[in-house]
Structure formats: structure tokens, C-alpha cells
Design a protein around this ligand. Structure first.
Ligand SMILES: [Zn+2]
Length: 280
């Protein structure tokens, strides 16, 4: 069943659980994600970046078809729409949600551009995610992990001014691999949750953040957790294991080995966040 991300996240808020948003790049990953969701009877958000595939409209059309036929609710979200063109491509491609990421701009510019996207998407029934504060890169963690964190009062104001459906916040996570140990500012996260009321919150940079941190983040008010690096790494390791154990490897078993590692890691997080059994 194809649904909007707003619906998935509203229910997650009410049900007090988190939802994984794995980034996919191709058919295999899309199938893995939806298979995991069906096996665990979980609602799911498929995240796709505009630049990861040469034919985004085709890929989104394919995922929409899988979602229609799935026994569980599936939302498809354009991850990090950095430009007007990417957001328009997202709308045309059939995403049920788009992220407009202007988190590297000044507050007023972020508001203005996010508002513009909300105005375009609302009549089309497409939900919108924006980012306030800036989630940086793990390989620059000593700087990015403590700078541009989300200010709770600004988060409230931003939501009121833009009308976004959910908000990605910077509370100490980072994209990619962490150089150093991740420290989540849980006091800040709780203060943001209190300030924004019922609006769902998103955590980018889930990979490598650690089970305890992520579980606590979900209990402190996060409804969506983005995951990319760690799932792909698990797929790669599973493929390497297969090759190591099978010197005369079968060419048709190589990709399935990747898919298995990717899926197992995703299933781990689905259970960790309590999203299993929550499909409707
Ligand atoms: Zn991100």
C-alpha cells in the first residue's frame, strides 16, 4: 500500500515507535526493504537521493509498483532535495514525500525556500520534510558534531512559518562514518520535542550511532531514522564473506549475498525501533 510519509510518521508518534528510512539505489535494495517490511509487518519509508540513479522517474515508478502490491504501508521520500530542480524531479517522479534541504542557508532563506516547496506539494498530497540546524559529515565530526545544532525555539517558529510535515534536527549525529564517538545531545532533543508538540522529528546519520543512542533517540521524540552507510556496509561484508567461503563462487549468488546482509541489518533496526507489527 502506497502512503504519504506524514501518515506513517503521525502513527509512529501516536504509537511511540520509530520508523527506519533506508536509502536505496536500485531494484535489489528496494525489494530487500519491502521484503523486510512485509516479513516484520512494519510500515516503511523508502528514501532515495536524486543523484544515486540515472533514471529517478523509472526507479520511483518501480518502487511505487512494489508499494502498491505490498501488504504493508510504504512511503517514498526524496532524500535531501538540495535544489529546486531536484524537488521538481521528485514531484514529477511520484515520490509521496520530498525533503527540501536548505539547512546550509541562513534561517530566513531556509524558511522562504521551504515554504515555496510546501506550497507546491500540499495541493498534490505530497508531504514535506525540511531540516533546521545542519547535520554534517562524520569524517568532520569533531566540528560538525557540535556546530549548527537545532535551537528548540527556532524549530517551533520554523514549523509555524513553513507548515512542514516533519523536521530533521541536528542533535549530534552525522552522515557517513563517524571519526570519533558520536555524542547525542538528548537534553536538546527533549527540548525540541517539547517545543514542537505533535510534529514528527527526523534523525539523519543513523549509521554507526549505536543501538543505545538510537533507541534513546526514538524514546526522546524521534519518529524517523535515516540509514544508508551501515546497511550498504553490511551488504558489502556479507558479499565478502560469501566470496571468502566460496572460492569457486557462483555469479548468481553474489548479489543475493549483498541483499541478505543489507536486509538483516535493516531488520535489526526495524525491531530496535519497535516498528515491527505496526503495519495497518
Ligand atoms: Zn541526511
Amino acid at each position: 500500500m502506497l502512503v504519504t510519509m506524514a501518515e506513517v510518521l503521525e502513527r509512529a508518534y501516536e504509537g511511540n515507535y520509530g520508523v527506519t528510512a533506508p536509502n536505496i539505489q536500485n531494484e535489489n535494495m528496494a525489494r530487500s526493504v519491502i521484503n523486510v517490511a512485509e516479513e516484520l509487518n512494519a510500515p516503511m519509508i523508502v528514501d532515495i537521493n536524486a543523484w544515486v540513479h540515472p533514471d529517478i522517474p523509472w526507479l520511483v515508478g518501480f518502487v511505487r509498483d512494489l508499494a502498491y502490491r505490498a501488504s504493508v504501508p510504504v512511503a517514498i521520500n526524496l532524500d535531501h532535495g538540495k535544489t529546486y530542480e531536484q524537488v521538481m524531479l521528485g514531484i514529477r517522479s511520484g515520490f509521496t514525500s520530498v525533503m527540501v534541504d536548505r539547512s546550509d542557508m541562513a534561517y530566513e532563506d531556509n524558511v522562504r525556500e521551504t515554504k515555496e516547496v510546501v506550497k507546491m506539494c500540499t495541493p498534490l498530497g505530497i508531504s514535506v520534510e525540511a531540516e533546521l540546524g545542519h547535520v554534517g559529515q562524520g569524517d568532520n565530526y569533531d566540528v560538525d558534531g557540535i556546530s549548527d545544532l537545532t535551537v528548540p525555539a527556532e524549530a517551533r517558529r520554523f514549523i509555524d512559518e513553513t507548515g512542514v510535515d516533519c523536521l530533521a534536527v541536528a542533535v549530534g549525529t552525522a552522515h557517513g562514518r563517524y571519526k570519533g564517538t558520536p555524542h547525542i545531545d538528548f537534553d536538546r532533543l527533549s527540548a525540541i520535542r517539547k517545543a514542537v508538540g505533535l510534529v514528527p522529528l527526523v534523525l539523519h546519520g543513523g549509521s554507526g550511532t549505536g543501538d543505545e543512542n538510537l533507541r534513546k533517540a526514538v524514546h526522546s521524540g524521534i519518529q524517523k531514522v535515516n540509514l544508508a552507510t551501515e546497511l550498504v556496509t553490511a551488504g558489502k561484508e556479507s558479499m565478502e564473506n560469501y566470496l571468502e567461503n566460496n572460492p569457486k563462487w557462483d555469479k548468481w549468488r553474489l548479489m543475493p549475498a549483498f541483499d541478505e546482509g543489507y536486509s538483516d541489518r535493516l531488520a535489526h533496526y526495524v525491531r530496535l525501533f519497535g516498528q515491527d507489527g505496526e503495519a495497518w
